[in-house]
Design a binder for this molecule. Sequence first.
Ligand code: ASP
Ligand code: CP
Length: 316
Amino acid sequence: MIRHLLSGADLDAATATRILDTAAEMATVAGREVKKLPALRGRTVVNLFYEDSTRTRISFEAAAKRLSADVINFSAKGSSVAKGESLKDTALTLQAMGADAVVVRHPASGAANRLAEWVDGSVVNAGDGTHEHPTQALLDAYTMRSRLGRLAGLSVAVVGDVLHSRVARSNVLLLSTLGAKVTLVGPPTLIPVDWATRAATANTAGQAPDISVCYDLDAVLPTSDVVMMLRVQRERMSDSYFPSAREYARRYGLDGQRMRRLPEHAIVMHPGPMNRGMEITPEVADSARSTIVEQVTNGVSVRMAVLYLLLGGNNA
Ligand code: ASP
Ligand code: CP
């Protein structure tokens, strides 16, 4: 088993499948009256959050507690970070307190990788800047597999603000490894140039591209098994990437009318938090096709599996 989980690229198909299968076993614990396993008794998990989070922070806490680990929750607000303490010194302080695993969210891309150089325990990237969010990709893959029965061969459209999305990057890496076909959809200003070039070059050379890019949402809907809507991340935008919110919603928002262009079996995903009325309408978010709430539930099982396997539960 790997020591750290920093990127979707850390996972080969066998390791990713093992995590998803373990998560399925962990999910059975949630149905019990006592939702606890003794697997990580005596181990310490630190949740180190330098950036806001609802789902990821709470689900890592729930996951660690369900495995009987001791949990320390650290948020930069209210800590000595406000006095200027560096990430390295904070990490060494946590290490001195005996952290077996550090779950980190940070606004700087690459922060989780740096942390992994400084601590002895396992590091789990819970979102670093615009870089990666691998446990989100795992819970998304878990949700697709449990709803649609497989991952290989699925057509997955990842729609919207791909440029600023660590969720998109981790999903592209993991889904390609697991054999799904990813199409990135959005305005040209919000699709990373290197990915658009990669898709175009592979097409010209006559090779099957590992990802494709399309600027027309309506064109990809009829052949998609999964539509993953991304939040427009205004907090990461220094420029105006589209004319107006209304124009964005008109071209790239998923509303009821567009949703009806999807095949019967297709699902609609969103990592949350949503901008309702912008990238997704309430009609779609609250529809039977939406897996948004299920993704949150699955996140706990997937994070239990990740902590269990990284910390050598059952001599993993
Ligand atoms: N919650 C996800 C993240 O932290 C997606 C988002 O914020 O839009 O990356
Ligand atoms: N999906 C996700 O990472 O949500 P939070 O930012 O609320 O953790």
